[in-house]
Design a protein around this ligand. Structure first.
Ligand SMILES: Cc1cc2nc3c(=O)[nH]c(=O)nc-3n(C[C@H](O)[C@H](O)[C@H](O)COP(=O)(O)OP(=O)(O)OC[C@H]3O[C@@H](n4cnc5c(N)ncnc54)[C@H](O)[C@@H]3O)c2cc1C
Length: 283
């Protein structure tokens, strides 16, 4: 459910014109659905009822099982320190092992740019950005686990029920180095301030806080396909804030290129081969 203040109604209309499938609702309707919203801060909303929550752990475990069934092997704790060209393929060097492959897929998330540079190629301008999240425990009588995800139309904050708590984010996107991200006090304060202005609640305690990295190419589109310079180096990166929910689709796109089977892709997917190609990111 997107919500807008009086001064944001224009953005709400613009969004509705651009994306179909949303039902227009009044501020009162929005408050009926999520009663902690502040009547002064919600003039209208847009509701979409077809979405749902993914079980991320189950999704990842499912993919891992598929990998094993198909003869794949997962090597953990193997940080890639160096990449070098060898016999037309790549030698991947970790602290205590070496792996050889003809084609390398760079799916290193926020480190994808670094891996590109490690290979002597470009980082394609992929930049990690910090996103902060807090978990709040609301009084039981004020909380409902069935609330929708509530998003400010300018994405200044969003919140949703999460395992009995309320997950809140200031929807921050601060450029960062690829690192073990930590939440910043400033972003936490911004999250609370925006939430408290949009709701009728005052928050005195944060149950848990963390930050993670989401990485973006300059045009914010995903990056899938062979490197423009080295066709043995393939990119599957820049998923921004959508890398979990788009994983099956992006993997299919990537695999079709790696297996030289793009002609077997469903018709509606083929335009994305060009749209997401790394070629667009090279001058
Ligand atoms: C707060 C937050 C909320 C989000 N919400 C959503 C959401 O609602 N929906 C959604 O779809 N997505 C969401 N995302 C985005 C999603 O988490 C990412 O798009 C997704 O995790 C990217 O997956 P990935 O496998 O490409 O990268 P990652 O999950 O970052 O995995 C990259 C892997 O590469 C490894 N690696 C890096 N460098 C090296 C190296 N040198 N050697 C060996 N291994 C290396 C890392 O250890 C890591 O395991 C959110 C992200 C954040 C931070």
């Amino acid at each position: 459910m997107f919500v807008a203040r009086q001064d944001q109604l224009h953005q709400l209309s613009a969004f509705q014109e651009e994306i179909s499938g949303f039902q227009e609702i009044s501020g009162g309707d929005a408050i009926l659905r999520v009663p902690i919203l502040n009547a002064d801060s919600v003039a209208a909303g847009l509701l979409e009822t077809g979405g749902g929550d993914l079980d991320v752990d189950a999704t990842l475990q499912g993919f891992l099982r598929l990998l094993h069934q198909r003869g794949g092997v997962l090597h953990c704790q193997q940080e890639v320190h160096a990449l070098s060209k060898r016999s037309g393929g790549w030698l991947v060097i970790t602290e205590d092992r070496e792996f050889y492959c003809e084609t390398l897929v760079n799916a290193a998330g926020s480190w994808a740019g670094e891996l590109g540079r490690l290979a002597g190629l470009s980082d394609l301008g992929i930049t990690p950005r910090l996103r902060t999240a807090l978990l709040l425990r609301l009084p039981a009588q004020l909380f409902d686990a069935d609330w929708p995800l509530v998003v400010d139309i300018d994405e200044e904050f969003y919140f949703k029920p999460n395992a009995g708590l309320l997950l809140l984010s200031p929807a921050d996107e601060t450029p960062s180095a690829a690192c073990d991200a930590q939440p910043e006090e400033w972003d936490i304060a911004v999250a609370l301030d925006r939430f408290q202005r949009a709701s009728t609640l005052r928050i005195s305690r944060i149950e848990h806080k963390w930050a993670g990295l989401r990485s973006f190419a300059a045009d914010r589109e995903f990056v899938v396909g062979f490197d423009p310079i080295d066709k043995g180096f393939s990119w599957l990166a820049g998923q921004g804030g959508y890398g979990v929910q788009t994983a099956p689709g992006l993997a299919k796109l990537s695999a079709s290129l790696l297996l030289n089977a793009a002609d077997r892709l469903p018709e509606q997917m083929t335009p994305y081969l060009q749209v997401l190609s790394p070629e667009r990111l090279i001058d």
